[in-house]
Design a protein around this ligand. Structure first.
Ligand code: ADP
Ligand code: MG
Length: 237
């Protein structure tokens, strides 16, 4: 996936301006940064959720444009911030709407097998994220965008989700762009990390260097104007 000159925002001043990034097939790139850095805006602009975003986006050499459903037909998978399941519909119905086989999903996450008739809103947070992730994976995207999958979940559940993402990226040769606030999780899962600050990529480094360069990364989290103790707590999780 290749993104050139991405500019997006909500009103007059853009939040993200002229952003370039690329993710190779089979590669996992993590976007880090404190609350408000522009991570979700970037993902929403790439996926077409923010309709007036500018820039050139290609996946496997094919241009992505138009509304989100058109981009998802052109091989882009998406799990946005928060749990994007239909709460009143059963797990089975959630999968049916997405055109995804329940058997395939329960092969990835066997625990969903026992919950297949349950309204998705009754699932635990971890199970809901498993459902969202499996649904996106089973549609066989060539590029997958994931926004803060780990939010509010226990470490043991996060490990399962990230392990699944790693397997998927490697075996299906998919480009994964994953927003993650926790440096430790990003270090576990990412081949490469981009640290965002005020809508720009302030630092790019190999995932393997995240732990040893944690201070440098944290400085970018905390350095921007408006960084408050509350932001620090959010950044540290
Ligand atoms: N719906 C919105 N309307 C107006 N401003 C927004 C909206 N969503 C986010 N913003 C602003 O855009 C900036 C970047 O937000 P966001 O991309 O959500 O950051 P992150 O995901 O890194 O926490 C912040 O200043 C935020 O207040
Ligand atoms: Mg966000």
């Amino acid at each position: 996936m290749d993104v050139r000159g991405l500019t997006a925002g909500y009103g007059h001043a853009p939040v993200v301006e002229g952003l370039d990034l690329s993710v190779a097939s089979g590669e996992i790139v993590s976007v880090l940064g404190r609350n408000g850095a522009g991570k979700s805006t970037t993902l929403m602009a790439i996926s077409g959720v923010l309709p007036r975003a500018k820039g050139a986006i290609t996946v496997d050499g094919r241009v992505l444009s138009g509304p989100p459903h058109k981009r998802s037909r052109s091989d882009l998978g998406l799990v946005l911030e928060g749990r994007s399941v239909f709460a009143k519909l059963s797990v089975a119905q959630n999968l049916k709407i997405a055109g995804v086989s329940a058997d395939e999903v329960t092969e990835i996450f066997p625990e969903l097998g026992k919950r297949i008739g349950v309204p998705a809103g009754m699932l635990s947070g971890g199970e809901q994220q498993m459902l969202s992730l499996a649904r996106a994976i089973c549609r066989r995207p060539k590029a997958l965008l994931l926004d803060e999958l780990s939010f509010g979940l226990a470490p043991v559940v996060c490990d399962r989700l990230f392990e699944t993402i790693r397997d998927f990226a490697r075996t299906s040769n998919v480009a994964v762009l994953l927003v993650e606030q926790h440096i430790a999780y990003a270090a576990d899962v990412a081949d490469r990390a981009l640290v965002m600050s005020e809508g720009r990529i302030g630092l790019e480094l190999p995932g393997a260097e995240l732990r040893e360069r944690e201070e440098e990364v944290e400085a970018l989290y905390l350095g921007g104007p408006g960084a408050t103790p509350a932001d620090q707590v959010a950044a540290e999780g």
